[in-house]
Write a protein that binds this ligand. Sequence first.
Ligand code: URA
Length: 432
Amino acid sequence: MTQFTFDAPSVIRTKRDGGVLSDAAIDWVIDGYTHGRVHDAQMSALLMAIFLRGMTGAEITRWTAAMIGSGVRFDFTDLRRDGRPLRLVDKHSTGGVGDKITIPLVPVVMACGAAVPQAAGRGLGHTGGTLDKLEAIPGFTAELSKDRIRQQLQDIGAAVFAAGDLAPADRKIYALRDVTGTTESLPLIASSVMSKKLAEGARALVLDTKVGRGAFLPTEDEARRLARTMVDLGNDYGVPTVALLTDMDRPLGRAVGNAVEVAESLDVLAGGGPDDVVELTLALARAMLEAAGVDGVDPADTLADGRAMDAFRSLVAAQGGDLTRPLPTAAHVETITAPRGGTMGDIDAMAVGLAVWRLGAGRSAPGEQVQFGAGLTMHRRPGEPVAAGEPLFTLATDTPERMAGAIAELDGGWSVVDRAPDVGPLVLDEIR
Ligand code: URA
């Protein structure tokens, strides 16, 4: 019998022309790309074809399975605390602007008695990445071995790490999507999120699926389809999965960037911080605790009494970070002031995300070093009173030539108005 083999141009052409990729073709191309037999240029073309043509449900399932199969799958079910198995639960966001929620959320959930093995990501397109933010803490490392992750889960109840040997195909494809305009694709987001999450060893998952101008899939309809696809993938793998649909029309909190988002998260952990960041942190914490089977605890108490802050300190210390050292700041700062008095109108999350990316908080080439101090602070949130001439936005970067482009991105993305804008609910729905 002749062994049928594939070649990248034929696989690309099949998808380019609207065909369906066979299981064998998907396995071949993911394996080939993971091991360097399929080149970046070829995978870029295939990703663009997928972006334009989409994938069937069966293709998404196989693509996700092939990405999981490209690496190892962690299993921490033998870990015990007080004679009982650890309640291993995680959350993942589909990508937002100012979405620092993992930073306060993980310690809240630790403080409530569950354990979080989190494979986190770097910035993607106009959205920030948890790892880029946490690495702004001096000394913090996300490069953890499996043994170290196990030990941390056992000792303190969490580890936030670069995916490493988990779904290495996703690591390569994610970096390529970031610089080839192929991020905003339902099949590519679903498979990217779920390949990491199903490999990392969590026994239950909560997915924060973003809806609105700053989300990769802005319409509610698309976001619902994404959530449904991911929930079904999780449940099919025996990992109970629930998705919250949450607003990403405007940025979360007041700070967008790397170090500035860590600072805002520390405010939340100290019992303060912006209301929307606190609300989403607690909504996701409640969903995670329910999914993990932890009851009788109120996550809000852990923010009020300092237990979440203690948990965060233990997590940062375990990963080499030093919170006594100052967070990085950028060398150049500019402020945008109010042209008139009134009320802060709506703020477009996409405009802010692109501005912050231009300031240097994200990447435009694979492997580029992000600027930890780059970012934007919103002094007035939608609906807050504004006095003529007062600061509305502070932008920070190490490279002053980036400033004009960032300010241009913001242009038209905000306004001072006479009446407070309508702001809908933060949590729109839950999908099981
Ligand atoms: N998070 C991921 O891990 N992948 C995506 O594609 C989007 C958000």
